[in-house]
Design a protein around this ligand. Sequence first.
Ligand code: AMP
Length: 174
Amino acid sequence: MNKNHNSNIKQTEANNNQNSDLIKTEVLLGFGSNLGDRRGFIEQGWAAVCGLVGVEAVCISSLIETQAVGGELNQPDFLNAAGLIRTTLLPEILLDRLQEIENSFGRIRTVRWGARTLDIDILLYGNSIINTNRLKVPHPLMFQRNFVLIPASEIAPEMILTVANTHGIILENF
Ligand code: AMP
């Protein structure tokens, strides 16, 4: 098998992960950490996302600190932020990449809503509604949780309003 053929296969695999026209979709991400170097994990996680093939950084919000909601009792407080990217990656491929990044920060999924070094959620993927086994977008809790909505609305208020208006989602206190 010659070298060109091999590189063609790689090229094809790379393209299969992306939408066919390589259209960039704006995607709003939520970041959270409540273990160890929380600020460092969020900053490095954002840098890792921005370094992905097929991802272009737009901006990241300020950090917000809140008490943990749900899950284990007496968890350390969370730092949260939102990040806006433009990407050609298809939603579930993006989720794969984000989970690889979470895992590289030592995230182990034990308890739902348990303490975590780095959590990255897809909050909005353009104006899409996605409802698969692995992926629900808009993220089901984003409109109810201020620690998600406050940083998200700092960087993408129009995107949030457009999605809410299009899909009849009522935003209280927005
Ligand atoms: P969490 O513990 O909050 O990180 O939840 C992770 C699980 O939520 C994974 O199994 C994902 O497949 C699933 N999931 C569903 N919708 C989303 C979303 N919008 N963003 C990230 N993970 C999601």
